[in-house]
Design a binder for this molecule. Structure first.
Ligand code: TXA
Ligand code: MG
Length: 371
């Protein structure tokens, strides 16, 4: 299949119309949102949605998100909204928030993977909204990557996984937020975050007065309530270590120097201040995540993908504090690292979980600091 790439210049509306016509015909088209690129098909057409699963290599037990172009479009998709869902919609839509609500009978089982709830999102990105409106149907869209890879945040990253596999890509430039939407379960008493994202725990708490994190996100042995959160994900090809804790920056620098001294081509993904303190001229491949959590999130997936073509032997990632969008960043980074975690505190490096390359063994001790 030839994959069409629409540049959104002066013929923007025409491109959106063409893409929408393909969606109406049951084809799959990738499009930009404010979070990441989505892989879209007619959300009421089961056969079209099955093509999404095939293109991604996605397990059939992992349901899709339906994207709408107006708040009112929610009504047809649910059998009833709780006051909780209504309040969240009023506070945060359009934007990077997906709500889990009871599903209506109209929605094909393939979309919800047989669950009796459905995930719905009203994106703020003008191209996404234009496409949904022009298609005249809710658009089912997961992130536009092959299953297991980092989500794409540029049209070029979509093509790396999907060229020749889907009908087309609308190129809307780089996505603003860079990590996927916050998923909130609205079917219980409290809002429960199933996946952290651009609408933060602090923002939800401020509006709703309460918010809960799905225990499956934080506790070992608990199954996450969003089926997709249980899979290994966002993984670059090279082994990756994530350095967390109050001295993550210093710890990462020590590990990087040691790895490089042992002849490893060492990839680093870190905040600007850490990057500024790395020795110059070594065999490092450095991705500067910028000075703020927002900047770090925006380029995170693109940088993780880049390591695959840069031939690194090892990747060292810098952990950040789990507040605001830092919670989403850490959720994604831990998965990328396959839970190979180092804790840096009090001048020492502790091995929390996973494995550490032999050449770094002398720097790292087993266990965690005494509390
Ligand atoms: O920002 C985003 O949300 C992007 C853009 C394209 O909108 N989409 C996205 O979709 O990240 P995807 O398919 O990569 O992730 C959807 C997540 C999966 O973890 C899935 O298991 C969960 O949502 N999900 C979908 N329906 C659900 C349901 N009824 N109950 C619980 N989790 C659900
Ligand atoms: Mg995804």
């Amino acid at each position: 299949m030839q994959t069409k790439l629409w540049k959104l210049d002066n013929k923007r509306n025409q491109a959106i119309e063409e893409a929408a016509a393909l969606i109406r015909k049951g084809k799959v088209v990738a499009f930009p949102t404010e979070t990441v690129y989505g892989l879209g098909a007619n959300g009421l057409d089961g056969a079209a949605c099955r093509k999404i699963f095939a293109a991604k290599g996605r397990p059939a037990d992992n349901p899709l998100i339906l994207h709408i172009a107006e708040k009112e479009d929610m009504e047809a998709l649910t059998s009833g909204l709780s006051p909780l869902a209504q309040a969240l919609m009023d506070a945060f839509w359009p934007g990077p928030m997906t709500l889990i609500v009871p599903k209506s009978d109209k929605i094909p089982d393939v979309v919800t993977a047989g669950l009796d709830t459905v995930a719905v999102r009203f994106p703020s990105h003008p191209v996404a909204r234009g496409l949904i409106r022009a298609a005249g149907c809710p658009i089912a869209a997961p992130s536009a990557n092959k299953s297991g890879k980092p989500s794409p945040t540029t049209a070029q990253d979509v093509l790396l996984d999907m060229d020749g596999v889907i009908a087309g890509v609308l190129d809307g430039g780089t996505c603003d937020i860079g990590v996927e939407s916050t998923i909130i379960d609205t079917t219980g008493k409290d809002p429960v975050i199933l996946r952290p994202g651009g609408i933060t725990r602090e923002m939800i708490k401020a509006v709703m007065g309460r918010v809960v994190l799905d225990p499956g996100l934080v506790k070992k042995g608990e199954t996450p309530k969003a089926p997709g959160m249980k899979y290994r994900h966002y993984a670059p090809t090279a082994p990756m270590l994530l350095v967390e804790g109050p001295e993550a920056s210093l710890g990462l620098i020590r590990l990087a120097i040691m790895a490089e001294a042992h002849g490893l081509r060492t990839g680093v993904i870190a905040l600007k201040e850490t990057v500024d303190h790395l020795p110059k001229g070594g065999n490092f491949v450095i991705h500067n995540g910028g000075a703020t959590l927002e900047a770090y999130a925006e380029t995170l997936f693109h940088d993780l993908r880049a390591f695959d073509s840069e031939g690194v032997d090892l990747i060292l990632g810098e952990g950040v504090r789990e507040y605001q969008i830092g919670l989403a960043i850490m959720n994604r980074l831990r998965k990328s690292a396959g839970h190979n975690l180092i804790w840096a505190e009090g001048g020492l490096l502790y091995h929390q979980s996973g494995s550490v390359p032999d050449c770094l063994g002398t720097l790292v001790m087993e266990g965690m600091p005494e509390r």
